[in-house]
Ligand binder design. Structure first.
Ligand code: NI
Length: 187
């Protein structure tokens, strides 16, 4: 296991579409997954995509804990355990877009309000090669969209409707009086 260096915005690897994984059980991919898990935990991230650790592979990791969900009784679709997803595909279930704060381990120190579909379905392969298919809402849907964007060379500021809300996280207190609390983790 190893904690990997995280690529920051400006490095070309973050702008290149990542390559599909031919065999999730390949020892090289298994090692990548273990190292990404350790890196994400060390960075206190909500998600991580392989291009963020300089690897052009369609591999993402994320989790959506219950504490991130809205209200006291989160819908099952809002919550996801620590998940490894290989060659993921997203289906948007709605034209609706909802703005909320996001951060990114590749854009440290900043936060921005990003419109995302509030309800999606996604599918892909687990680390054992078995198919995973889920519905996701709320933060769960948001983090998956953020990570899959990384596989297509898209960073969250590309999705923002206005850069007025692209701010340093140390200045969040100035806007929190008017808006819902921002999430602490980056992805
Ligand atoms: Ni990110």
């Amino acid at each position: 296991m190893a904690i990997l260096k995280i690529a920051r915005m400006g490095h070309p690897v973050l702008r290149r579409p990542a390559e599909p994984v031919a065999d999730p059980t390949d020892p090289d991919i298994q090692r990548l997954i273990r190292d990404m898990a350790e890196t994400m935990t060390d960075a206190n991230g909500a998600g991580l995509a392989a291009p963020q650790v300089y690897r052009s592979a369609r591999v993402i990791l994320f989790h959506a804990p219950a504490m991130r969900a809205e209200g006291e009784e989160p819908a099952p679709t809002e919550v996801a355990p620590f998940t490894v997803l290989i060659n993921p595909e997203i289906t948007m279930d709605t034209q609706e877009r909802v703005e909320d704060w996001e951060g990114c381990l590749s854009i440290p120190g900043l936060r921005g309000r990003v419109p995302r579909a509030p309800q999606i379905r996604y599918r892909g392969l687990g680390p054992d090669g078995a198919p995973i298919e889920r519905e996701a809402t709320g933060f769960h849907a948001r983090v998956v969209q953020h990570e899959v964007d990384h596989l297509d060379g898209v960073l969250y500021p590309d999705r923002m409707k206005s850069l007025d809300s692209l701010i340093f996280e140390t200045e969040l207190r100035h806007v929190l009086a008017k808006q819902a609390p921002a999430h602490k983790e980056s992805a």
